[in-house]
Design a protein around this ligand. Structure first.
Ligand code: GAL
Length: 613
């Protein structure tokens, strides 16, 4: 597979006299792809029905003639102002009941059927015009579902669609009342039309109600995306992608990904470090100009799974960004390092965001590969270097992993709905496991919660998985090594209740969680041998083998057959030694990498990364 580079470009931001020179410089820099169009609706259709596609025809021709391949975005993340006149109730509504107004982007509710029809229409017009254009070699639907907290909408459109969704799921309000436990606090419903969205309640709404709203909201994104894919399929043979984000868990990316050919994501390592990661001030200072050593890799592995092997970086940070609380300049070499790390994890393409820094509007402080005056910015020189290196680099090869980690979006919704401890966050928990495995120098595969075959991995980890799917239950015997669940795994039914026989209810593992506690920062439960549980600890009754105990004698890790259960959230050091031991048990060799150094071994090349300053 040929790895390639690209860039995001906004021809509508620049005079058309610049396009040819820009295209020439892109090609000369060694770039292959150019993504365009994803915010251009107001220039494609300045008034409802008044279509002006000539400039896009011309931009695509200019780029294509320079030898570039176009990724064409559907412009549905930025409905123009006239759209609000046509559909005044299409705006998303926040949790406090306030409409999210026009004046930036993503101001639509996924449930609004009128807006969905408009999106189908513009997608069809683009597909008809460019679906067979030889220069348009890939498509992107919308832009960053979930950006700016836009998945959950409490609009009238959402309320009506949610009632329909519930009626389909439960068929009768009796069934719904039973499933949700609505006898509690006299919350019974007599009609689906009485059911509201779970916001603005006096205190916590019923968690089963919230959980269904989260499932519904995710399904709305899947349906919205699918509508565009269905329009495009007959009109083009080019692959269709969406650009996902870092640490966005509000919708099920596996389900969106099932309709697409390629998963792509937008990687902003320095922005993420300051604004999307729990870490000590010392960690944030150490990695200030490099980004966290594991955050990007986690998403590379996640999106490789979402894309069923095919994935890209659609937007790569090229220099300082504008949107984090503080926006430092990357150390020299980091743009190159981030790019190569993506290739090591199997990316087909890495596209930089953006070509030229825009001197106007919201993102004027965001770097591009060019400065606003068109001179090269430092990021361009690093991109050019990677382009030269790619030309004579060997094939990366595939990267077999012995260890897999399950990542489940519904678990993120569940523990967000009832965290029980203020800092119990599902992503944080899974990411702690991922980081510990990376420190051991391992390749890691990320699996969906319905993985049906575990035969390729010697160690499979499922921390915090809120329910065990029938598929995964059936797949457990296929793992030739160990599957370790917990903490908090399988501790709810799909209806968000405590299972009748108590968790974890794993086949053949004689253990029951009888009590749980959450722990404030600074408080730990000591383990035998010096380790600690933080955030969360469980009391377990068991007749299975106890592999590790707490200092008070209670079981910390129990094992039966090829299944294990971990009864707490280990601190980072404990997780590191525990996972090293579990790997050793399976004959998986590990390293103890120094701070900031990471490794990825492929069948042909072994990559080493120094994230340290
Ligand atoms: C992404 C987005 C881009 C741009 C970029 C700035 O989230 O897709 O349009 O806003 O961030 O870093």
């Amino acid at each position: 597979m040929k790895r390639s580079l690209g860039v995001c470009y906004y021809p509508e931001h620049w005079p058309d006299t610049l396009w040819r020179e820009d295209a020439r410089r892109m090609a000369k820099a060694g770039l292959t792809w150019v993504r365009i169009g994803e915010f251009a609706w107001s220039r494609l259709e300045p008034e409802a029905g008044l279509l002006q596609f000539d400039w896009l025809d011309c931009a695509i021709a200019v780029l294509g003639e320079a030898g570039l391949k176009v990724v064409l975005g559907t412009p549905t993340a930025t409905p123009p102002r006239w759209m609000i006149e046509r559909h005044p109730d299409m705006l998303a509504v926040d949790q406090n009941g306030n409409p999210r107004k026009f004046g930036s982007r993503r101001h639509y509710c996924f449930s609004h059927s009128g807006y969905l029809t408009e999106c189908r229409r513009i997608t069809r017009l683009l597909g008809e015009r460019y679906g067979r254009n030889p220069h348009v070699a890939a498509w992107q639907t919308d832009n960053e579902y979930g950006c700016h907290d836009t998945i959950l909408s409490y609009s009238d459109a959402a309320r009506h669609a949610f009632r329909d969704w519930l009626a389909q799921k439960y068929q009768s309000t009796d069934a719904l009342n039973r499933a949700w436990g609505n006898v509690f606090w006299s919350m019974d419903y007599r009609s689906f039309n009485d059911i509201d969205l779970p916001n603005l309640t006096v205190t916590e709404p019923n968690p089963a109600h919230v959980m269904d709203f989260r499932r519904f909201s995710s399904d709305q994104v899947v349906a919205f995306n699918r509508a565009q894919v269905e329009v495009l399929r007959p009109l083009t043979d080019a692959p269709v992608a969406h650009n996902y984000m870092g640490r966005i868990t509000e919708f099920d990316h596996y389900k969106v990904g099932a309709d697409l050919d390629i998963a792509s994501w937008d990687s902003y390592p320095i922005g993420f470090l300051s604004d999307r990661l729990e870490a000590t001030p010392a960690h944030k200072a150490t990695f200030l100009r490099q980004g966290d050593p594991d955050f990007q890799a986690f998403h590379h592995d996640l999106y490789r799974s979402v894309g069923r092997g095919r994935w890209w970086i659609m937007e790569q940070q090229p220099g300082p960004v504008n949107w984090a609380p503080y926006n430092p300049i990357p150390l020299p070499g980091m743009v190159r390092l981030w790019t190569w790390e993506a290739f090591a994890h199997g990316a087909e393409a890495v596209c930089y965001f953006r070509w030229r820094q825009a001197p106007f509007a919201q993102e004027q402080m965001h770097a591009g590969l060019l400065r606003p005056d068109s001179a090269p910015a430092p990021g361009l020189l690093e991109a050019e270097k990677v382009a030269r290196e790619l030309a004579d680099a060997p094939e990366v090869g595939d990267s077999p992993a012995d260890v897999a980690l399950i990542f489940d979006y519904a678990s993120a919704w569940a523990w967000d709905t009832q965290p029980q401890g203020a800092d119990f966050d599902y992503f944080r928990l899974v990411f702690a496991f991922y980081r510990a495995l990376r420190r051991l120098g391992l390749n890691i595969d990320i699996l969906p919660p319905d993985a049906a075959d575990l035969s390729r991995w010697k160690l499979v980890l499922a921390p915090g998985l809120f329910t065990l799917s029938p598929d995964l239950r059936a797949a457990l015997p296929s793992c030739p090594g160990q599957v370790i669940f917990g903490p908090r795994a399988n501790s709810k039914t799909p209806d968000f209740a405590i299972p009748a026989d108590l968790p974890p209810d794993l086949p053949g593992l004689k253990a029951r969680v009888t009590r749980v506690e959450s722990l404030p920062p600074g408080i730990a439960v000591a383990l035998e041998g010096g380790g600690q549980f933080r955030h969360w600890a469980e009391e377990v009754e068991t007749r299975a083998t106890v592999r590790l105990r707490r200092a008070d004698g209670l079981p910390a890790l129990v094992q039966g057959g090829n299944l294990g259960y971990l009864a707490g959230w280990p601190c980072d050091a404990t997780l590191h030694s525990l996972l090293a031991q579990l790997c050793a048990d399976q004959g998986i060799s590990t390293l103890d990498l120094p701070e900031g150094v990471r490794r990825r071994a492929t069948s042909r090349v072994c990559f080493g990364y120094n994230y340290a300053p």
